[in-house]
Write a protein that binds this ligand. Structure first.
Ligand code: 3HC
Length: 277
């Protein structure tokens, strides 16, 4: 499976980054987003990112962007990578429609951070060809792809997607289908605990992040990272962990919920634990 034509659904920070990386491998990308203007915004973000990479010897931005084709609905392709909001019913609807639109031998992948792959597979008639392909933000900079096998994902599909991740210049690591997989089962409780430390007045945000950065050699502190991921996404993932693993210790910290309720979603809204221009 060469996946010469890839349909990316969702042109936000993850979908745009995925489209950029797939286009950079020379594959044809069809980019779809239901929100008006989202694809154009995604392409502009890609242009800026590619411009930064070109300064360091990366490919010509316009060459890469020539592989990206905006589309106004789902289209047939060899592979779909879905990267819409972290809401199971929205994702299930995309998978249902993709199953009707893409040829029967196409693979349907999700960039979900935490929603079980088997739930998405159940919305299709090809559960053996449904898989998780979980990228990390910012996609052009982060080398990991967490490949998540649903209960019915075939060996052939898992091998093809693992090979594709390598061909995109990423390092694949395979996980089984548990809530939050491996990455977010580790990361989100860490972030949530940092928010509790702030909520209880243990330290100021800058001190919490400095302690994690310098104390554990993380590139960013957990509060800055939460702002990068999006606080709404953090809440959604914590809820999947809490409900899926049946354990109240995964309940999102009230301060996280307060920020989301106030529209302080992190970098994408201009403010979260920190303010952004
Ligand atoms: N495109 C192109 N280049 C980029 C970029 C992008 N999107 N983002 C950063 N860069 C480049 C910058 O231009 C800069 O280049 P330079 O060194 O030549 O000047 C370089 O990367 C470093 O960027 P900055 O100087 O702005 O800042 P940092 O050194 O802090 O690097 C970072 C930024 C790469 C984001 C780094 O802080 C980092 O790796 N942070 C951790 C990110 C992380 O943990 N991501 C995972 C989130 S979890 C997730 O996504 C899963 C989901 O399910 C929740």
């Amino acid at each position: 499976m060469d996946f010469e034509h890839v349909l990316v659904v969702g042109a936000g920070q993850m979908g745009g980054g995925i489209a950029q990386v797939v286009a950079g491998s020379g594959r044809r990308v069809s980019l779809y987003d239901a929100a008006p203007g989202a694809v154009e915004h995604g392409v502009e973000t890609m242009r800026r990112s590619l411009g930064r990479l070109a300064e360091k010897g990366g490919p010509d931005p316009e060459d890469v962007l020539s592989h990206v084709h905006p589309v106004d609905d789902l289209v047939p392709a060899d592979l779909m990578i879905e990267a819409v909001i972290e809401d199971s019913s929205v994702k299930e609807d995309v998978f249902r429609r993709a199953d009707e639109t893409l040829p029967p031998d196409a693979v349907l992948a999700s960039n979900t951070s935490s929603i079980p792959i088997s739930t998405l597979a159940a919305a299709t008639n090809r559960p053996d060809r449904v898989i998780g392909m979980h990228f990390f933000n910012p996609v052009p900079m982060m080398s990991l792809v967490e490949v998540v096998r649903g209960n019915e994902t075939s060996d052939e599909t898992a091998e093809a997607i693992t090979e594709l991740a390598r061909d995109l210049g990423k390092t694949p690591a395979v996980a089984n289908d548990f809530p939050g997989f491996v990455s977010n089962r580790i990361l989100m409780p860490f972030i949530n605990e940092a928010v509790w430390a702030l909520h209880e007045g243990v330290a100021e945000p800058e001190a919490i992040d400095t302690i994690a950065k310098l104390g554990f050699a993380h590139p960013m502190g957990p509060l800055a990272l939460a702002d990068l991921i999006g606080l709404d996404t953090c809440v959604a993932i914590m809820e999947v962990l809490r409900d899926g693993l049946g354990d109240e210790r995964y309940e999102p910290c009230p301060l996280l919920r307060e920020h989301v309720a106030a529209g302080r979603l992190g970098r994408k809204s201009g403010a979260g634990f920190y303010s952004y221009d």
